[in-house]
Design a protein around this ligand. Structure first.
Ligand code: ADP
Ligand code: 5GP
Length: 208
């Protein structure tokens, strides 16, 4: 018997989400956080990329200099780090540890190189989100208006490389209809938490 839909574990789980740019990973992650604000949190990565209009430091990313990034790498502060489209990105180890220890599930929205590093070192659930087709991916990238033409072409070419890695993830979701994709993602998080719960006696569960 589960006492709550989510939030029954003493230590939260780590979910790693990767998807080609424009597929919908930020939208789907935000939907999860909106539904479960007390139980699910997205880790704030550090990056050397410049903020886009509207992006807030320490919220969307911790925007840091190249030198600060290299110091963090040297001091072993990252759980994983990678260069993506010419900029450095890293997941802060201490932040993830603090959040999971508080019982929250942590979502890392990271690229395939970072996910690959974690597959070898870290206990996490790996979810790949794919676009229904390239035409639709292009449309979504245009709609998002965060890329110029050249960057968009690069991102579409990179999408082909990324899709090839989908097979290494625990789950694959094709984000065609957003409501269906969200129900699948939500079900994965709920099922993965409940996989950890053990009944100790009638009316009691234990989840570490
Ligand atoms: P990502 O974080 O993977 O780069 P976003 O979440 O920013 O992608 O989504 C890119 C664009 O596509 C946004 O405008 C978003 O509203 C839209 N979008 C996301 N999922 C869908 C979907 N299933 N159908 C149509 N549009 C979508
Ligand atoms: P953007 O600059 O568009 O926000 O992100 C570019 C890419 O970097 C996306 O694929 C995003 O998931 C990835 N990314 C963001 N944070 C991290 C991180 O901490 N580590 C890694 N490896 N990739 C990240």
């Amino acid at each position: 018997m589960s006492k709550k839909l989510l939030g029954n574990l003493q230590k939260g789980l780590l979910f790693v989400i990767s998807a080609p740019a424009g597929t919908g990973k930020s939208t789907l992650t935000q939907m999860l956080i909106d539904e479960f604000p007390q139980q699910i949190v997205q880790s704030c990565s550090s990056t050397t990329r410049l903020p886009r209009p509207g992006e807030i430091d320490e919220h969307h990313y911790q925007f840091i200099s190249k030198e600060e990034f290299e110091n963090k790498v040297f001091n072993g502060e990252f759980l994983e780090h990678a260069k993506v489209f010419g900029n450095d990105y890293g997941t802060n180890k201490a932040e993830v540890e603090k959040l999971t220890s508080s019982g929250k599930h942590v979502i890392l929205v990271i690229d395939i190189q970072g996910a690959k590093q974690l597959m070898e070192t870290t206990d996490a659930i790996f979810i790949f989100i794919a676009p229904p087709n390239f035409q639709e991916l292009k449309k979504r990238l245009i709609r998002r208006r965060t890329e110029d033409e050249e960057t968009m072409v690069k991102r579409l070419m990179q999408a082909k490389v990324e899709l090839d890695q989908a097979k290494n993830y625990d789950y694959q979701i094709i984000n065609d209809k957003i409501d269906i994709s969200y129900q699948v993602l939500r079900s994965i998080v709920i099922a993965e938490e409940h996989k950890k719960l053990k009944i100790t006696q009638i009316g009691e569960i234990n989840g570490n």
